[in-house]
Design a protein around this ligand. Structure first.
Ligand code: GLC
Ligand code: CA
Length: 561
């Protein structure tokens, strides 16, 4: 596998609104980020990905963009951004921007002009007349991801527009060459400024089937088979890819519902490659049924299958990404770990699990200190549009009691990941000197960066250590071949990562709150292997304690003597 700088990155994701407030207005901002660059660098990560910083009415917290070439005033100015970019680069940190071009905000100039029928902009979006006698019926039966209707009536234009997300996020019409030119020009704008890559929001949705036919009559995501993916997706992505030819930058596509087989159509290395890597969602489905609102018990066998699938099917052909959290996912310790009894241990076990997989590595703000989900008590505690539309949709199905419905929404809520980062035990967790825009998790007195810095055995320091090991043993950890062990064990995850020279890492983790037999696990440890790190200080004995993890290194055969 070809070695490239972006394959080796560990990327720290910042969701700016909740990272750090630099001016006391209660909202995270770029000044806050600037003050934390040394902290970010100290983690041993190599890059920062910013969730959208652009001008936005914040209906979907920045994923509804009103101006692609300016910074949201609440986050700062373009000069503030340039200072952060320079400060990051000076510390050897790359900077990745979010590129959200499936849709804009309905407050974008393009949309306003399109609604007004301005000839230049009239086909920038997907407009259709209403159907039926009264001309008010929807053009087709598609639904939006934030469950609800896929169409919204616009009085001024006298037509419907398509929105696959919130009503305030009209979909752009990528079939229009002028729109594609706009996208390329936005990319160049940021690349010329010096950014190092893009994370491309729901990029696999940008092409819609001609004629917009009705979708298969599903209760959710109806119409999806006509745009995920659509007929021209590879053509459009190849066109956007051309922009990168002039820059040393990379493209990462967010890809809901993606399988390894389909991913290979986008990311196989070679002339037809359209993206460098993708975010798949399958590793986030070990505790739910397709959507996070339908909860199941955490199923390690399911998770192991998914990892094995992606690690082996892409090997030698295409590049993976590995993440456990982001701004759309609840906190991982609250999902796959045990936040009540083994918060730190399960955090370490999960960190160990994914850090030695092949792929570009991602950490979401707060993950490194083991932040947990927020204890939501009431519907008024939520702020995310997605939760309210999920509620409406679930109410219609009558499948859940009121209590269960609330529990499902609280468990799945994206708001769990969006509470402010807990910096210290002082007022407002040190996030702001003002009034925080959103709830601070009441556990901030125990769980915060300052406390973790002071504790040698903290999750934070564990992340530092394993990120260093990922680099030190990169031929095995980052580029090695994945070989699953104990595939049928329901509690233990074990695998080898084998470098080209035969040296290997062996990772063995009890991913459960139970003490389990270590008989099988012990057989996985090669003779002469050296233990590098683990959840506890001891080495593998007859039994494995809850969330006990070990990483071993075995030198290449010829190097032994
Ligand atoms: C992506 C983003 C999510 C956003 C959606 C619409 O999934 O990660 O936060 O709501 O796209 O832009
Ligand atoms: Ca602020």
């Amino acid at each position: 596998m070809k070695k490239t700088w972006f394959k080796e990155l560990s990327v720290y994701q910042i969701w700016p609104r909740s990272f750090c407030d630099g001016n006391g207005d209660g909202i995270g901002d770029l000044k806050g980020v600037l003050g934390k660059l040394d902290y970010i660098k100290s983690l041993g990560v190599d890059a920062i990905w910013f969730s959208p910083l652009y001008v936005s009415p914040q209906k979907d917290y920045g994923y509804d963009i009103a101006d692609y070439r300016n910074i949201a005033p609440e986050y700062g100015t373009m000069d503030d951004f340039k200072a952060v970019l320079e400060g990051a680069h000076a510390r050897g940190l790359k900077v990745v921007m979010d590129l959200v071009v499936n849709h804009t905000s309905d407050q974008h100039e393009w949309f306003k002009k399109s609604a007004a029928g301005d000839p230049k902009y009239k086909d920038y979006y997907i407009w259709r007349p209403g159907k039926g006698k009264d001309g008010k019926k929807f053009p087709n039966n598609w639904m939006a991801t934030f469950p609800g209707d896929g169409w919204q009536w616009n009085e001024q234009r006298g037509e419907y527009y398509l929105h696959l997300f919130a009503v305030e996020q009209p979909d752009l019409n990528h079939d229009n060459p002028a729109v594609r030119e706009e996208v390329k020009s936005i990319m160049r704008f940021w690349l010329d400024m010096g950014v190092d890559g893009f994370r491309e929001d729901v990029i696999t949705y940008i092409s819609k089937r001609e004629g917009l036919p009705n979708g298969f009559p599903l209760p959710v995501m109806r119409g999806m088979e006509h745009y995920s993916p659509g007929p021209n997706i590879h053509k459009y992505l190849l066109e956007y890819r051309q922009v990168l030819k002039d820059y040393d930058a990379f493209q990462l596509g967010e890809a809901p519902m993606m399988t390894p087989e389909n991913a290979l159509k986008y990311i196989t290395e070679g002339d037809n490659q359209q993206l460098d890597m993708m975010f798949q969602f399958q590793t986030m489905e070990a505790d739910c049924f397709i959507v996070s609102y339908i909860r199941t018990k955490f199923n390690l066998l399911k998770l192991k299958r998914v990892y094995k699938n992606w690690q082996t099917k892409l090997y030698g052909k295409a590049w993976n990404t590995n993440y456990l959290e982001n701004h759309d996912q609840p906190r991982i310790i609250s999902r796959y770990g045990d936040e009540k009894n083994y918060r730190v241990e399960s955090g370490k076990a999960l960190a160990t699990m994914y850090t030695f997989m092949s792929g570009t590595h991602f950490i979401y703000q707060g993950q490194e200190i083991g932040m947990t989900d927020y204890p939501f008590k009431d519907w008024s505690d939520f702020t995310d549009v997605a939760t309210f539309s999920a509620k409406r949709l679930m109410e219609k199905t009558h499948l859940f009691s009121k209590k269960k419905l609330f529990e499902n929404c609280a468990y799945a809520a994206r708001d769990n990941a969006r509470t402010p980062v807990q910096w210290n035990a002082e007022e407002n967790a040190g996030f702001t000197t003002g009034t925080p825009w959103f709830h601070i998790n009441p556990n901030y007195k125990d769980i915060n960066v300052a406390a973790a810095e002071a504790d040698e055995d903290s999750l934070l320091n564990y992340y530092r250590a394993i990120l260093a090991l990922r680099k030190q043993y990169k031929d095995a950890a980052i580029y090695g071949r994945y070989e699953e062990k104990l595939g049928r064990n329901k509690h233990i995850m074990a695998y080898d990562k084998i470098a080209d020279d035969g040296s290997r890492l062996t990772v063995i983790i009890n991913l459960s709150s139970k003490t389990v037999s270590a008989r099988g696990a012990r057989k996985c440890v090669p003779k002469g292997a050296v233990r590098l790190i683990g959840t506890y200080k001891w080495s593998l004995a007859d039994m494995m304690k809850p969330y006990e993890a070990h990483v071993y290194y075995t030198a290449a055969p010829q190097a032994k003597q």
